[in-house]
Design a protein around this ligand. Structure first.
Ligand code: PHE
Length: 334
């Protein structure tokens, strides 16, 4: 009885059960076996006693078993977890608005058969200017406020700059893939200029280049229109005016109507109602040559659009500095 009282779990219970009730080696089986050695007149008495003892132990064991089962149930009750309860939701991050629009543009251009390419942000003077028909004496260099890298820090051979535009990748792409060629190049560019609501030292462009047989301005305009209607999902006013870039001839500026103020004039459009958006034109023969492509056989168009401006327009952001602020009160809105 003491042993049974001391049982703490079903494993111990089973051990005790075996110890007394096992058919072969149990204590009770042994006891009953010994009864036949007792004198005949004592046998019935002893047999009855053995049965009583057996019953008593059996009863105690059953009761113990019931207690143990009850214990298990209460344990389960205490450990119960309600998996249907509302819990605080995981706060998942999301892509930066710049990244979202960049992926959208990549999809649009991929659907028109353009490759997506990449190039170095720390670029050689050669690729950033020289190969793009901008020699060192050219006044166009002054138009791009360049961060020049201290030559003593470079490998010595190439003068290095923080690329002022994504156009150097035009040359890299032509050298690598030759003609015909269709590619776009999203990426960061840098200008050493004063910061205000519409200017930052670091911003994003998306370069486009298509080289093929008999490419004309009509091809350029068609691709630009396709892109604008896909990205804004509505009609946007655009205007094309002559623009000068040494690496295209003829060259154009493509502007679109400011969507922040609806054309009335605001700080983003510098009170003009128009957003300077895309520089473009037909690839200059000297540039094709720099890329190793024969301008007598091939022609192409190129454009460079202000990805950052596009994002500001799409979401109605009136200060460019917010985009790189890392401020979650701003970013969580997208
Ligand atoms: N690279 C020019 C800029 O940054 C844009 C441009 C690209 C113009 C391609 C014409 C052709 O302003």
């Amino acid at each position: 009885m003491k042993e049974i009282q001391g049982i703490k779990n079903s494993k111990e219970w089973q051990e005790i059960e075996n110890k007394y009730f096992s058919r072969k080696s149990g204590e009770l089986a042994k006891l009953l076996k010994d009864i036949k050695d007792v004198s005949e007149d004592l046998r019935p008495k002893l047999g009855a006693m053995a049965n009583d003892v057996k019953e008593e132990i059996s009863k105690a064991l059953n009761k113990k078993k019931a207690d143990l089962d009850l214990q298990t149930e209460t344990n389960l009750e205490q450990d119960f977890i309600d998996v249907t309860l509302e819990i605080e939701k995981y706060k998942l991050g999301h892509l930066h608005p710049m990244t979202q629009v960049q992926s959208e543009l990549e999809d649009i251009f991929k659907s028109m058969g353009f490759m997506i390419l990449d190039g170095p942000e720390l670029e050689s003077d050669y690729y950033n200017f020289e190969a793009l028909n901008i020699p060192s004496w050219h006044p166009a260099r002054d138009a791009q406020d360049t961060f020049y890298i201290d030559p003593s820090t470079g490998s010595g051979k190439d003068k290095l700059v923080l690329r002022t535009h994504t156009s150097p990748v035009q040359i890299r792409a032509m050298q690598r893939y030759g003609a015909p060629l269709r590619c776009v190049v999203p990426g960061r560019v840098f200008r050493n200029e004063a910061t205000d609501a519409s200017h930052d030292h670091t911003f994003y462009q998306l370069e486009g280049l298509m080289v093929d047989k008999e490419i004309s301005i009509a091809n350029l305009v068609a691709v630009m229109k396709e892109m604008l209607s896909a990205i804004f999902k509505k009609e946007v006013k655009v205007r094309l005016r002559p623009g000068y870039f040494p690496f295209v001839e003829p060259g154009f500026e493509l502007d679109f109507g400011c969507l922040i103020c609806g054309g009335k004039g605001c700080s983003v459009c510098k009170q003009t109602g128009w957003i300077e958006f895309v520089g473009s034109g037909l690839v200059h023969p000297n540039v094709l040559k720099s890329g190793g492509i024969d301008p007598a056989k091939w022609s192409g168009f190129a454009f460079g659009l202000g990805l950052t401006r596009l994002v500001m327009m799409k979401y109605g952001i009136d200060d460019i500095r917010l985009l790189q602020s890392g401020d979650l009160r701003f970013l969580n809105q997208f």
